[in-house]
Design a protein around this ligand. Structure first.
Ligand SMILES: Nc1ncnc2c1ncn2[C@@H]1O[C@H](COP(=O)(O)OP(=O)(O)OP(=O)(O)O)[C@@H](O)[C@H]1O
Length: 639
């Protein structure tokens, strides 16, 4: 080593998170060792894509002009596997930031979410994406020799690490631009220093890669069966054609699946995909995938999302989020357009009318893919819903024009057959509606349990009318944007005066009811006076059969769930007061009507009100008063 290189040599420690992840990954992915090759070839192909893109504005980067390729070589005797590419390469600084740190948001949270259970963790690690570090699953020493395209041949960097706590960097020489990674295999991983084995893995994982992957030709044998001395020759082992440019009928299921894993950095198979070539005014090809598992950063609305954009097969950018709305941020895929300029930027994309038309067509395609999955494979759709249903619920508020299509994809818990989990669609509900039923009824509560036990359901249960039960945080917001489905309005059963329309009692029953309500007027006034400004008004309920009282919302008041969310996020919430509804046929109400002691009346009414509030999942305004009044009552009872 020259004095100059010595000066440039340094040892650095891995960032703590990188160290932790490395250790965990080697452990968890051990049963799936061969993925290292997929990850490294995938990176090499990305590096070729990046070079092609940068060369559009700076042709000098192509240097000798050689065509992009990846070479997978091995040395049985030395126990090494070597993966080289002539892509964009890395500068010394790139190497430090790319291979020494895990520059991804949420890494710390991700590490915290690991449970220590190997099977679960390996799945999570797959979702997180381990990329380059997977080299250490099979190697106990990794050398990366890399030179950034356009830099001098003596400005290459050699990165070496045993994957423990540190790595060394040295300045080096490299004639060809790009990156060469040498894996010194662990003793128990020597099986990978074998042409046949490697070829098998490359075929499996890299057939869809758009650049040629070359491997050494099997050596010719002489008459005695010994290998002939000859210069090593390489031959392509994959198709090297961008998968989405091939006709659908030519692409196998496995190829689609592998391509998904490549672009989405996912270890699991996708649930479904949709591959389309559009010709006419706009020309583009799209390949959309529906992942099976939510990524670790799904809830980060600024996190990675969007499609990979290619223009005439040249990679332009990752995460082009302009092509799909936010509520479809879980969709992965590729869009390759002939109508966008090659030197497009994110800013230009935002203003391009061609992008708008593509976005609306791709949105429809994605919704259509979901709709097909729903009708063809209920089990897979249930899996999708569990992972991404809450994101899709953002749709009706965000995308007015597709509201009906999104509504058809929504799944709900319901009183029907006391379903558990969200497994009923609006269409299912409509087919079960009573002939005289005009509305779709729903209830939003704090939890599934609170919804199921809500007193508001009493009359519906009695009359056998189905009610959708909603308890996700987003549900109040969702329903505020979803007013009707299939021409039927959606009605929150806790709002306004319940009017069951034609489902209600006969005219005679109604007359009798009115008579009874009239007789209870003085009681209602007494209750209103007793509760004062804790309520908006008191009225006789048409919702209850078993409970003595409940709270209802006025038609235009904010729902309790939305109110809680806004309060929790520190936003100002308009003051609203509930309507207190009494069950005129309940014996307790009849007794109250006869209560002459005003103080006792006040206590009982206050208790009744607080208890109705608790049944709605609310917190008590004055818990101390509640226990004092309850204790007083218990004491009376005990005497
Ligand atoms: N062969 C290569 N040529 C050029 N740069 C590379 C190469 N391999 C890795 N890199 C750089 O190192 C970075 C980190 O790679 P790594 O595989 O760990 O993560 P990633 O590819 O960004 O994402 P993922 O972990 O999901 O695969 C890459 O983003 C890229 O910038």
């Amino acid at each position: 080593m020259t004095a100059e290189t010595d000066l440039q040599q340094e040892t650095r420690g891995f960032e703590t998170e990188a160290k932790q992840l490395l250790k965990l990954m080697i452990h968890s992915l051990y049963s799936n060792k061969e993925v290292f090759l997929r990850e490294l070839i995938s990176n090499a192909s990305d590096a070729a894509d990046k070079l092609r893109f940068e060369a559009l504005s700076n042709a000098d980067l192509l240097e000798d002009g050689s065509e992009p390729k990846v070479i997978v070589d091995f040395d049985k005797d030395a126990g090494t596997v070597i993966i080289s590419d002539n892509g964009i390469g890395m500068s010394r600084d790139d190497v430090i930031s790319n291979l020494g740190t895990i520059a991804r948001s949420g890494t710390a949270q991700f590490l915290e979410s690991l449970s220590g259970d190997q099977k679960k963790d390996s799945q999570l690690i797959g979702q997180f994406g381990v990329g380059f570090y997977s080299a250490f699953i099979v190697a106990d020493k990794v050398e990366v020799l890399t030179r950034k395209a356009g830099s001098n041949t003596n400005e290459a960097t050699l990165w070496t690490s045993t994957g423990e706590s540190d790595y060394t960097l040295a300045t080096s020489e490299k004639a060809e631009r790009g990156t060469t990674i040498t894996l010194h295999l662990r003793e128990d991983c020597n099986e990978f220093a074998d042409g046949f084995r490697l070829k098998q893995i490359v075929k499996k994982y890299a057939d869809h890669i758009a650049i040629p992957v070359l491997m050494p030709k099997a050596p010719e044998l002489d008459e005695e069966g010994n290998e002939k001395e000859a210069e090593k020759e390489f031959e392509p082992v994959n198709d090297a054609k961008a998968l989405w440019t091939r006709p659908r009928t030519d692409v196998s299921e496995e190829e689609y699946q592998e391509f998904y894993k490549h672009i989405a950095h996912d270890f699991e198979k996708p649930l479904s995909w949709s591959h389309n070539k559009v010709e006419g005014k706009l020309e583009y090809t799209s390949l959309l995938y529906l992942p099976a598992k939510a990524p670790y950063d799904l809830w980060n609305r600024d996190g990675a999302r969007g499609l990979k954009l290619y223009v005439q097969r040249v990679f332009i950018m990752d995460q082009a989020e302009q092509f799909l709305p936010l509520y479809l941020r879980f969709i992965k895929g590729v869009v390759d357009s002939n109508d966008i300029s090659l030197n497009v930027s994110r800013e230009i994309l935002q203003k391009d009318p061609a992008v708008d038309s593509m976005r609306s067509a791709l949105t429809k395609r994605a919704l259509d893919m979901l709709s097909k999955l729903k009708s063809k494979d209920a089990e897979a759709y249930a899996g999708f819903w569990k992972e991404f249903g809450q994101v899709l619920k953002e749709g009706p508020g965000e995308d007015f024009s597709n509201r009906e299509a999104i509504a058809k994809l929504l799944m709900f818990n319901s009183t029907h057959a006391d379903s558990t989990g969200q497994d009923q669609s609006l269409e299912d509900y409509v087919t079960r509606m009573k002939p005289e039923q005009e509305k779709i009824y729903y209830l939003v509560a704090e939890s599934e349990k609170a919804a199921k036990n809500s007193p508001h359901l009493e009359i519906f249960r009695k009359k056998g009318i189905e009610v959708l039960l909603l308890s996700d945080r987003i549900d109040d917001w969702l329903m505020s944007h979803l007013h009707e489905f299939d021409g039927k309005s959606l009605q929150d059963i806790t709002r306004g005066e319940l009017d069951l329309g034609k489902l209600d009692d006969t005219e005679e029953d109604k007359a009798e009811q009115e008579e009874r309500e009239k007789a209870l007027q003085p009681l209602l006034e007494r209750v209103s006076k007793s509760l004062g400004d804790r309520i908006k008004e008191t009225r006789i309920s048409h919702r209850l059969t078993d409970s003595p009282a409940c709270l209802a919302l006025s038609e235009d008041d904010m729902g309790a769930q939305m109110r809680r969310i806004m309060e929790a996020s520190g936003q100002p919430v308009p003051e609203t007061k509930p309507v207190f509804e009494l069950n005129g046929e309940h014996p307790l109400i009849e007794k109250l009507d006869k209560e002459a002691d005003e103080e006792r009346f006040d206590d009982l009414i206050s208790l009744l009100f607080d208890q109705a509030s608790l049944a709605d999942g609310n917190e008590l305004e004055d818990p101390a008063r509640f226990s004092r009044q309850l204790n007083k009552l218990l004491l009376e009872l005990a005497q």
